[in-house]
Design a protein around this ligand. Sequence first.
Ligand code: SP5
Ligand code: ZN
Length: 338
Amino acid sequence: MTILYTPNHHLHHPQHEIFNGEVLAHAEVPDRVDNMVAALQAAEYDLEAVNEATYEGQLQAVIEQIHDPRYVHWLQQTSVTEPLYPSVFNHGETALVHGHPSIQWGNFCTDLFTPIMPQTWSAAVTMAEASLQAAELLASHQQRLVTVVGRPPGHHAGKSRVGGYCYLNNAAVAAHHLSAHGRVAVLDVDYHHGNGTQDIFYERADVITCSIHAHPDRKFPYFAGLDTEIGTGPGLNCNRNFPLPAGITDQEYQPILESALAWLAQPQHQPEYLIISLGLDTHESDPIADFQLTTAYYRQMATTLSDLHLPTVVVLEGGYNTKVIGENLVNFVQGLAN
Ligand code: SP5
Ligand code: ZN
């Protein structure tokens, strides 16, 4: 197994998220990845640092194929010296506005949890680069198992609406790149619905998407994640959601995971590559979530995933207990390599 990680994640360090007008400490912090890196190193894994774009032109093209190029250019070119939050949200009734950057951010952002920091682009593009490198290691048959450890996460970033601490959809970068080489399955096991990934591939049959998550009646992203969302056009029946109640235990999660994998691997789909959006916010101690998965379960979860015997890229998404996130990841990685 190759583990790629992104030291550049330190460039992006949001301080605050705003909920119901209240300014709260931001949950998506650099300590998350620092703890994962320390735990992996303590378990004697070699980590390969991804610092810069070796695939610069190709990466830009992939990012602009999965996201609205207007969003990509804007994020890339907007330089801020202070954190930038949206103030007004454009729901598409009028043309894109210009003017104050806080208004422009409202064209593309869905919430007050996802500020643009002075170096957000640099951090996000490194994570996307690592995801592309991971996919290319599979496509070129150099590796069958690559884990990307970094931040910011990506699965809430859709075609032209981003949010939920996500800017560029890293799992979609890997999936889109691999789709040129064979059919791809994306399984999202983050606590939150992978609405961005669903949005990007909703009309495509070459990338099958599936997400297991907290019911959106109860939790972010609220406006997507129902089991009635099954894809459309050529992508009909190529998306599946498993929205769950609070308090899910290991014993309750396991059969749902098995159903998700059976659905992904069914004969009509026949995936040749697997992308895992791995959120560790399903853990019993997560401060913003309400599932009850244990540390030991991540090993079983990964072993179950490895039973598909597909070349696999794991991309890190959420997980906000910075004390246990590393140990949980080590358990997962060990189970995957079984
Ligand atoms: C990648 C990922 O896991 N993103 C999750 C984003 C969820 N953000 C929700 C933030 C809700 C703020 N919490 C308010 C608590 C009020 N008591
Ligand atoms: Zn999450």
